[in-house]
Each structure stands twice: as structure tokens, then as C-alpha cells.
Design a protein. Structure first.
Ligand SMILES: NC(=O)c1ccc[n+]([C@@H]2O[C@H](COP(=O)([O-])OP(=O)(O)OC[C@H]3O[C@@H](n4cnc5c(N)ncnc54)[C@H](O)[C@@H]3O)[C@@H](O)[C@H]2O)c1
Length: 249
């Protein structure tokens, strides 16, 4: 039911963290995966790691802020794989900043990567997937876009809230064409970005999670595998929350 054999996936921001974990999950499900990132060396190193684990993978530099670069990268992957079936809009920047200290430049940068980059990705993939009559688009949002965030900046929270609206707009447009668009909304997942938080902040954060532990990257990857599979064909325009019970709705 959840097999991804013969599916081709492109993941943005896949050099590390959740992007890499999702790429690994999709590849273990049978998909060919293209690991893209602004950090070309990081993407290449990640692809080498997955290849050594037996995954079919390629790496590419792709800056989601630049629509032409996104289109070029997407087309290159589509040409080498023979199409893209699954797009994971995962790339993001996560500045930890008091809302009093956010500069205009940082606001614009966060929006350009987190929100506009996802818009470019959805639009580029939409055209391609509509023609093929099947597709899956997954947008990595965040609990920070659903609740006031004590950890990340207001610009990050606003960009992630915007992803829910984008997800619904593209889901509605693409529903008749066999293409689903869904958001994954994690919080407090163990990995490099959580490790960057100081110990007291991590402890305070942990205390707010009813399950009493941080999430694991493989749990987010499993959600991505489900939403990318045939089994999730009736699920579109929705949000899958992975937050240890912090937000129940
Ligand atoms: N880790 C968590 O607990 C958590 C919680 C909520 C939401 N998320 C979301 O999940 C996603 C992944 O999170 P993560 O913790 O793995 O992040 P991360 O910071 O570890 O990785 C982000 C990746 O995006 C890349 N990137 C940055 N700017 C880019 C650009 N312009 N073009 C292409 N790539 C770019 C980085 O090089 C990096 O490899 C993000 O969208 C994040 O907002 C994560």
C-alpha cells in the first residue's frame, strides 16, 4: 500500500536534518530521490551516504529563492529520472530572534526561502504533475505557524502560517488532476536545528510536550512516505501534525 517503487522524488533542503531523513524514508520506500540544497557539497555528501545504504539517488545545487534556478533544477531531475512524481518543499531558514530585533533584511530572507520558495516549487511541480495526471506535493510547515512560538522568530512563524494557505490553494487547483498537496507540521524533532538551541531552552521546550520526549526524524519521514503513497490519494489540502500532543485539534 505504501510502496513508492517507480516513483521519482525531489526534496529541497535535503543536505541535512529532516530533508535528508525524508529522502532516506522515500528511498527506503522504493523511490528514486534527488537531494537538492543551496549547500551543494552537503547535498553531495548526503547523497553519497544514501547511495552507500543502497538508495538510488542524485544530488543537485538548487536555491529555492531563485525561480529560474528552481525551474532549471526541477527540469534537470525530471529529464534524468524521466519525470518527478513527488516534490517535498522542505528547505527553510530558522532564525531564533526576538520580534523586536527582526530587521527588514532578515524578514525578507525568511519569506524568500520559507514561503516564496515553496510557492515556486508548488507552481513548477503543478504544471509538470498535472500533465502526468499523478503527483504528490508535501510542504514542511511548523507548529510555529499554528501557535505562538516561544523558540523561533515571528517571521519564521508567519512564513510557516502562510504555507497552510498555499497548500490549500494548490490542493484545490490540482485535486481534479490526480495531484495532492498536503502540509506536514512538525515540532521539536531531534536533529541539527534542535541541537542549535541552548540546553535551558531545550529543557523548557521538552516540558511542554505531553509525550515527554522529542520527536524522531524517522517519524516525520514515515508521515512523508504515507502522504506520498497511493494510499493517501484521498487526502489533500490537509495538515499532518507531528508535535507530541502539544497541539490537539
Ligand atoms: N526540526 C524540527 O524540529 C522542525 C520543526 C518544525 C518545522 N520544521 C521544518 O522542517 C523543515 C526541515 O527542518 P530542519 O530542522 O531539518 O532544518 P535544517 O536547518 O536542519 O535544514 C534546512 C536545510 O535547508 C537548506 N536551505 C537553506 N536555505 C536554502 C535555500 N535558499 N535553498 C535551498 N536550500 C536551502 C539548508 O542548507 C539546510 O540543509 C523546515 O521547513 C523546517 O521549518 C522542522
Amino acid at each position: 500500500m505504501f510502496s513508492l517503487s517507480n516513483r521519482n522524488a525531489l526534496i529541497t533542503g535535503a543536505a541535512r536534518g529532516l530533508g535528508l531523513a525524508i529522502a532516506r524514508g522515500l528511498a527506503q520506500g522504493g523511490a528514486r530521490v534527488a537531494l537538492t540544497d543551496i549547500d551543494a557539497d552537503g547535498a553531495e555528501a548526503a547523497a553519497r551516504t544514501l547511495r552507500a545504504e543502497g538508495c538510488e539517488t542524485t544530488a543537485l545545487k538548487l536555491d529555492v529563492r531563485d525561480e529560474a534556478d528552481f525551474q532549471r533544477g526541477f527540469d534537470a531531475v525530471a529529464a534524468s529520472f524521466g519525470g518527478v512524481d513527488i516534490l517535498v518543499n522542505n528547505a527553510a531558514v530558522t532564525p531564533h530572534r526576538s520580534l523586536w530585533d527582526i530587521t527588514t533584511a532578515e524578514w525578507d530572507e525568511v519569506m524568500a526561502v520559507n514561503l516564496r520558495g515553496c510557492f515556486f516549487g508548488c507552481r513548477i511541480a503543478a504544471t509538470h504533475m498535472r500533465e502526468r495526471g499523478w503527483g504528490r506535493i508535501l510542504n514542511l510547515s511548523s507548529l510555529a505557524g499554528q501557535q505562538a512560538s516561544s523558540v523561533t522568530g515571528a517571521h519564521y512563524a508567519a512564513s510557516k502560517a502562510g504555507l497552510f494557505a498555499l497548500t490549500r490553494c494548490f490542493a484545490q487547483e490540482l485535486a481534479p488532476h490526480g495531484v495532492t498537496v498536503n502540509a506536514i507540521s512538525p515540532a521539536a524533532i531531534r536533529g541539527p536545528s534542535l541541537d542549535e538551541l541552548d540546553e535551558p531552552s531545550q529543557r523548557r521546550f521538552l516540558a511542554t510536550l505531553p509525550v515527554g520526549r522529542f520527536g524522531d526524524e524517522t517519524e516525520v519521514a514515515a508521515a512523508a512516505v504515507y502522504l506520498a503513497s497511493d494510499a493517501a490519494g484521498f487526502v489533500t489540502g490537509t495538515t499532518l501534525d507531528l508535535n507530541g500532543g502539544r497541539l490537539m485539534r
